[in-house]
Design a protein around this ligand. Structure first.
Ligand SMILES: C[S@@+](CC[C@H](N)C(=O)[O-])C[C@H]1O[C@@H](n2cnc3c(N)ncnc32)[C@H](O)[C@@H]1O
Length: 258
């Protein structure tokens, strides 16, 4: 059982078109470059692989990729592009689903850790990433920094897109760290559609603590896939944690860390 919203067939059908900007080569290429370099000669596991936006070009770059995805309709969309022999996907919850094999890279992009809406599940997800990693392997997360500094006292909503086709805004509950993204779309016939998705927001420091609980060591944090330094006003981060190289040794044989 997961707290995540389920992405249904209609959401899956609209996903690639609705996220077209995220498929643009100038957006995707630095993501794939970075992930391919981190995977090296090993295999990669994508949590919440969706319709294969990142997994498929990474596969085309020569990296063996396996996916975990909760939504069967999203997997069905992916299957229109690539078969299971080339890109196997296990349907299930990324916090708990275990697949065969050992990976040099586990990655979870496009803010998708937030789909798990409890702290406990998010910690379990970090632990699940760690269990799939070979010693020395890396877990990478791409996540936005919660936009709550943009809210004056008494306000609970922040717009993230306003144009004549789409109005999108997030509402936040700063007590529970729960949020909802609201989308109003104007259709060609003038009618208006509405969709919403729920998330639990986390700060980079909370991610680091989750990684630590999972036995991973902090390696790097940038503001984006180009390696721009992460600063006070950065709106997103790409963070990398590493499973210790000596993680395969029994506890008693590992060098002591301060
Ligand atoms: C924003 S999409 C990202 C898809 C893909 N990684 C990409 O970058 O385009 C979020 C995905 O997370 C999936 N998802 C949500 N909760 C999940 C969970 N608990 N376990 C696995 N997948 C989940 C959704 O079904 C959806 O496909």
């Amino acid at each position: 059982m997961t707290s995540s919203d389920y992405w249904d067939a209609e959401m899956a059908r609209r996903y690639d078109e609705g996220s077209a900007a995220m498929f643009a080569p100038e957006v995707l290429e630095p993501v794939v470059d970075t992930l391919a370099e981190l995977a090296g000669d090993g295999a990669a596991l994508e949590f919440a692989i969706g319709t294969g936006r990142v997994g498929i070009p990474l596969l085309e770059r020569g990296v063996r990729v396996h996916g975990i995805e909760l939504s069967q309709p999203m997997v069905d969309q992916l299957r229109e592009k690539v078969d299971a022999t080339h890109l196997p996907v296990t349907t299930g919850d990324m916090a708990t689903t275990v697949v065969d094999g050992e990976f040099s890279l586990v990655y979870l992009v496009f803010n998708s850790i937030g789909n798990l809406r409890t702290q406990e599940e998010q910690v379990t997800c970090f632990r699940n990433a760690a269990r799939h990693l070979a010693p020395g392997g890396r877990f990478v997360i791409e996540l936005w920094v919660p936009g709550i500094r943009r809210m004056p006292p008494g306000q609970n909503a922040v717009p993230f897109n306003v144009d004549d086709r789409h109005l999108g805004f997030d509402t936040y509950d700063v007590v529970t760290q729960q949020g909802t993204s609201h989308h109003y779309f104007r259709n060609d016939d003038g009618s208006v559609g509405y969709g919403a998705s729920n998330f639990r927001y986390i700060w980079p420091a909370e991610c680091d603590l989750m990684a630590q609980l999972a036995g991973l060591e902090f390696e790097s944090r940038a503001a984006d896939w180009h390696g721009t330094p992460f600063m006070a006003d950065s709106e997103s981060h790409v963070s990398v944690w590493r499973k210790p190289v000596d993680a395969a040794l029994p506890q008693t044989e590992r060098p002591q860390r301060p």
